[in-house]
Design a protein around this ligand. Structure first.
Ligand code: GAR
Length: 192
């Protein structure tokens, strides 16, 4: 990924499907002087995503793309991104899989945060699986998005201990806290 030149921030879209705590965290990070990115668009696949409220709160444009025909939707998303001169995408709890054609057309400038220490626990229910396997550690990963689910090049990871009293819900909360530290750190690492 190219280094940041001058003072211009990289126009970024954040894709969400849910609560949007990572989105809020990225917006707050983007407003700092040392942030290489600005958040210019919020995209969701559902109007039920709670995180959409941050569009209004932070005065950022939002757009909902309801998936029916993936090919058509992805084409429309690409047109919309181009129209808004977006150069970088952060997936933050986006629960749709992007096609390899979309990833290629966007020149691989897409990153994702995943709630496990990849390559362990790709896909869903990561915390339940870590608890079931009696893992000692859990964590999160920021990685480039590749055609194969949760398999792109790893940028950074953060690890925490699983306590004896933890369950999948408390673990999810604890991992989310370190996600909020890791995502900005990984972006700084890419563009720093
Ligand atoms: C986060 O834990 C994120 O890592 C996970 O969804 C949650 C979204 O929370 N993403 C995935 O599972 C992607 N496969 P948020 O909406 O509060 O940011």
């Amino acid at each position: 990924m190219e280094k940041l030149t001058g003072l211009k921030k990289i126009k970024t879209a954040v894709f969400i499907s849910g609560a949007g705590s990572n989105l809020k965290n990225l917006i707050e990070f983007s407003q700092k002087k040392n942030s290489p990115i600005s958040i210019n668009l919020i995209i969701s696949n559902t109007n039920k995503a709670e995180g959409l409220k941050y569009a209004h709160k932070f005065n950022i444009k939002k757009k909902i793309f309801c998936y029916q025909n993936n090919k058509v939707i992805e084409k429309n998303i690409l047109i919309f991104l181009k129209k808004h001169k977006i150069n970088f995408i952060c997936l933050a709890g986006f629960m749709k899989i992007l096609s390899s054609s979309f990833i290629n057309k966007f020149n691989h400038k897409i990153i994702n945060i995943h709630p496990s220490l990849l390559p362990k626990y790709k896909g869903l229910n990561t915390h339940e699986r870590a608890m079931r396997n009696k893992d000692k550690f859990a964590g999160c990963t920021v990685h480039y998005v590749a055609a194969k689910l949760d398999s792109g090049k790893i940028i950074m990871q953060k690890k925490i201990k699983i306590a004896a009293k933890d369950n999948a819900i408390s673990l999810a909360k604890n991992v989310l806290k370190i996600e909020h530290k890791l995502y900005p750190e990984a972006i700084l690492k890419i563009f720093g």
